[in-house]
Design a protein. Structure first.
Length: 668
């Protein structure tokens, strides 16, 4: 046991934040601390790093703190900044490592410093950035450097307070790798459930001032918590039934002389019984009822072809070819500044298109939510704000609806301006969903929200039966809501379409080296994917939805077929041009040697270029045929259909005895 705390309480301003709690860190555990905002997660980290002391009673600490040895503790906080902003990143990291180095760390230190630049560039920095002062970096970039320094110094216990906030996806993935490989203990507070799933082996939940330990990652914790709640609820209900039975017996026999002793014994039994508290309800409100749009709308919701989006015509952001069908739920992801919000604004009609075709169904009723929704200001009370927009609802209906978005009775009287950013966003979404639009366009709807709020919204959007397009950096939210994806890559103007969910996308990435090219295709190919989503309806049978595996196979074969056809056409054109050049030489009625000797250098080079172009086209065609064969073999269908590879000799027979064969000899 590295560290153990028992029977501790912490108060702030006369209010108890954590009460009679216990906590432990064992060996190299990777611990995630979860709970709603204000539950006391950051307070726990402050207790662990010594900046906050547990409460005292009669001048003595109430808590017992056991430490196996003199441990070193390092903490990352979003508000932290480098102590000396005039140093360069390399000096800043190296000096910290030297100061913390101890014999057992020396090998690790030497290894990490030797890889400093590898980590530095993976964090998104350029090599020339190593000479810049820390003060020249943005706050987010400084946070990356602070994280790097912490891993170099390698404390026995590493405390991370919301480490993934404001980090790009590549940096988060780097952080996941480092946490998993860290040879010592890590305690992390995070709302990033995907991050917790990939790093944690223990989860401590903070709720009601208490801490509860669960073994496993976030998904395992949620499953076990549900099991415990169901078990505790059954035990509580059984005890309540027993209490009611005993009370009925006591009431029935207490006034009967011959049964009075029996009644008194049951009264004592009831008095001695240790009453179980009613299990706390899950802080998340999971919606199970479908949310049906007020108007069903057309089958074809939105269509854009070659749509150029951006804020200035001279600086277009992206080119999008995209078709949206009724009921689709598409998640948009990519790096900051890639044009995701501009795309959503254009779809919502709030930003004019720069070029291309764009149309929206006349029956589309759009509900739009952007990142500024959390800046809502109003002196209205929460209850009134909602009720004034839907006066036909009864007070009970308003309370029920707001409760579905995690507003409690105590919240109804708050002024809207006094709400947190996450609470304002939930209120705006409640108003928006009550309108029942058939097309929702959402820009980062879960920003500033804690985990229970995110899970509540996930359940709402899963039950929503309209068409949904949303932007999110929350990978867990993406994987649980989006059925298809649009990816805005950092190095291309073309938006890429992926016809499956985020878990499927991540699986392809992890199973294939450089999987982006294999897994992501131009959004124009979405039209082909849509045609494969269902078998045509028969006269007496409903359409049969294809399985994910079948759909993926059809998609891959379809994309490969298009690529093969294009490659074959390109090869045929190149071969024809080369053949024409060879025939021109024959028409001169000269031997190849004489013909070539009389040709100017640029003509010979042109002939060689045609040959090289033909060979390159042939190689591309062969590559696509090999790709087709791989797909067939991986699916177990190899041998059912045959395809011939390009005939390498078909258009090149003259190379054996003709001009091309003599070319190198004469020029040599």
């Amino acid at each position: 046991m590295l560290l153990e705390i028992s029977n501790a309480s912490v108060s702030r301003g006369g209010h108890t934040v954590l009460e009679d709690f216990s906590f432990s860190i064992r060996g190299t555990e990777k611990i995630a601390v979860v709970g709603k905002n204000g539950a006391g997660k950051s307070t726990l980290l402050e207790v662990l790093d010594g900046s906050c002391r547990p409460d005292t009673r009669d001048g003595h600490p109430e808590a017992e703190v056991h430490v196996s040895r003199a441990v070193t503790i390092g903490r990352f906080s979003q508000t932290a900044a480098p102590e000396d902003a005039e140093k360069t990143p390399e000096v800043f990291v190296r000096e910290a490592a030297i100061m913390q180095a101890i014999p057992e760390q020396s090998a690790l230190y030497a290894s990490f410093v030797s890889d400093f630049y590898k980590h530095f560039t993976r964090l998104g920095f350029q090599m020339e950035d190593r000479g810049k002062k820390l003060s020249a970096f943005s706050g987010g970039e400084q946070a990356k450097i602070l994280l790097l320094r912490l891993f170099v110094t390698s404390p026995d216990i590493l405390l991370l307070d919301e480490p993934t906030n404001h980090l790009d996806l590549e940096t988060v993935e780097w952080l996941e790798d480092e946490v998993r490989a860290y040879p010592k203990a890590v305690v992390m507070v995070s709302h990033d459930r995907y991050f917790i799933d990939r790093t944690a082996d223990v989860v401590w939940e903070v709720s009601g001032g208490k801490l509860t330990r669960y073994v496993g990652n976030y998904t395992a914790y949620r499953a076990e918590k549900q099991k415990r709640h169901e078990r505790q609820l059954r035990q509580y209900e059984a005890q309540q039934a027993e209490i009611q039975r005993l009370e009925e017996l006591i009431s029935r026999f207490r006034n009967k002389p011959r049964k009075a002793a029996f009644a008194r014994s049951r009264a004592k039994m009831l008095e001695r019984m240790e009453r179980m508290p009613k299990p706390r309800e899950d802080e998340a409100r999971i919606h199970t009822e479908e949310i049906i749009p007020a108007v069903r709308g057309s089958k074809n919701v939105l269509d854009c072809d070659g749509l150029v989006i951006g804020y200035e015509k001279n600086h277009p952001v992206r080119r999008v070819s995209f078709r949206l069908k009724r009921g689709q739920k598409i998640g948009i992801f990519g790096p900051n500044g890639a044009g995701k919000s501009a795309c959503l604004k254009t779809l919502a009609g709030l930003l004019p298109k720069l070029e291309g075709k764009f149309s929206v169904s006349e029956t589309a009723q759009i509900g739009y939510f952007d990142q500024k929704s959390a800046e809502l200001t109003s002196d209205e009370r929460v209850f009134d704000y909602f009720h004034n927009r839907y006066p036909a609802l009864t007070g009970a209906q308003v309370r029920k609806t707001l409760a579905g978005y995690l507003f409690r009775e105590k919240d109804f009287g708050k002024k809207v301006s006094e709400l947190s950013g996450g609470e304002k966003a939930r209120l705006v979404l409640a108003v928006l969903l009550e309108e029942r639009p058939n097309l929702l366009l959402l820009d980062e709807p879960t920003n500033n929200m804690d985990i229970p709020a995110k899970e509540t919204l996930e359940s709402i959007f899963r039950q929503y039966q309209g068409t949904l397009v949303f932007i999110s950096h929350d990978r867990y939210f993406l994987s649980h809501v989006a059925q298809e994806l649009l990816y805005f890559p950092p190095d291309s103007q073309e938006v890429l379409y992926y016809p499956f969910g985020y878990e499927h996308y991540r699986g392809r990435q992890s199973s294939e080296a450089g999987a982006d090219a294999a897994a992501l295709r131009s959004a124009k190919e979405q039209r082909m994917i849509e045609e494969l989503r269902a078998v045509p309806k028969g006269t007496s049978m409903r359409p049969r939805e294809l399985s994910t595996a079948s759909l993926q196979l059809d998609w891959e074969l379809g994309v490969n077929q298009h690529a093969r056809e294009r490659a074959e056409e390109a090869y045929a054109r190149a071969a024809a041009e080369y053949q024409e050049a060879l025939e021109a030489a024959e028409n001169q009625q000269m031997s190849p040697e004489t013909y070539l000797e009389g040709m100017p250098d640029e003509a010979v080079q042109s002939l060689e270029a045609l040959k090289n172009r033909m060979e390159k086209a042939r190689d591309e065609w062969t590559k696509e045929l090999v790709q087709w064969q791989d797909i067939m073999e991986n699916s177990g269908l190899a041998g059912q259909t045959g395809l011939e590879e390009p005939d390498n000799d078909r258009n090149d027979r003259k190379e054996e005895t003709g001009i091309a064969g003599q070319n190198s000899q004469n020029r040599g």
